[in-house]
Structures are given as structure tokens and as C-alpha cells.
Design a protein around this ligand. Sequence first.
Ligand SMILES: Cc1cc2nc3c(=O)[nH]c(=O)nc-3n(C[C@H](O)[C@H](O)[C@H](O)COP(=O)(O)O)c2cc1C
Length: 140
Amino acid sequence: MFLTRLIYASKVAADVNRDDLDQIIESACKNNAELGVTGALVFSNKYFLQVLEGGRSEVNTVYHKILADKRHYEPTLLDYSEISQRMFHEWEMKLFLETNINRKTNIKYFSQENFDPYEISGKTAAKLLQDITSKDHMEK
Ligand SMILES: Cc1cc2nc3c(=O)[nH]c(=O)nc-3n(C[C@H](O)[C@H](O)[C@H](O)COP(=O)(O)O)c2cc1C
């Protein structure tokens, strides 16, 4: 099955709290492991930005489930590509908090320094996610 990468942005529902995030990651890790899907999820108070990688049908299965989730709204597909190898293969799913993104990274990708994934292209979103999830990001 073709390896694919899917990246989307969405807006966080008003009542989402830390417990919701923990619960999302817990079920994501369990389900994604069963499907061979890997990726990362960035949370800011306003937005989610998520990347999913895996087989085409598995990534689509997970994405359709996510679309129906009331903990976010206006999910918008930023990128859907066939890939020859994964870039986000370390975690079934891992949460990254926007509060930990260093200022320089936001300046690099956003015109106003504010994390707004609706403002960037799919290709840029992939690079931003690569930066955020890189091991040395927090030390920069
Ligand atoms: C922003 C966001 C990201 C999510 N990411 C995943 C994911 O990567 N994998 C997954 O299975 N569920 C994910 N979920 C949760 C699903 O929407 C759904 O609640 C879950 O898959 C149901 O799992 P269960 O059938 O095991 O209870 C996410 C939800 C939100 C709001």
C-alpha cells in the first residue's frame, strides 16, 4: 500500500482542556499503532496542526475518524502526498505544545510571529512540523 502523508489544521473547540488532550493522544497511540500510522500533533490554544503518515487506506481511516470529532472544527486539509519514506516515524502520535515552540521558529514561518497554520501552505506546514519535532528544537 502506498505510503502517504496527510497534514491538516483545525480550530480547537472552546471547552478542550488538558484531560481531552491526554485522552486524544492515548486513543491515537493505541489506534495508530494497530494501523501502522505515525505522526505528530501540535496544539495551541486556538489551533491543532497534525501530520499523519502511513498506508493510504489507514491514513484515510484515521483522518475520517478525526474529522467527526467534536473537540475541533473547520478541519482543513493542507497537504496530502504519496511519499517514499516517512519523516514522522518516531511516534504513533506525540503532542507538542505551541507554548514550547521557540519564537525564532514562529518568525521563520509566519508573517506576524503568531502560530496560525491556516496561513501556510502544505509544504511549509511539513517543514514547520519537522522543525517543531526535531530533537534540538527546544534548545535553539
Ligand atoms: C485533534 C485531534 C487529533 C486526533 N488524532 C487522532 C489520531 O491520530 N488517531 C486516532 O485514532 N484518533 C485521533 N483522535 C481521536 C479520534 O477523533 C477519536 O476520538 C478516536 O480515534 C476514537 O478512538 P476509540 O474508537 O478507540 O475510542 C484525534 C482527535 C482530535 C480532536
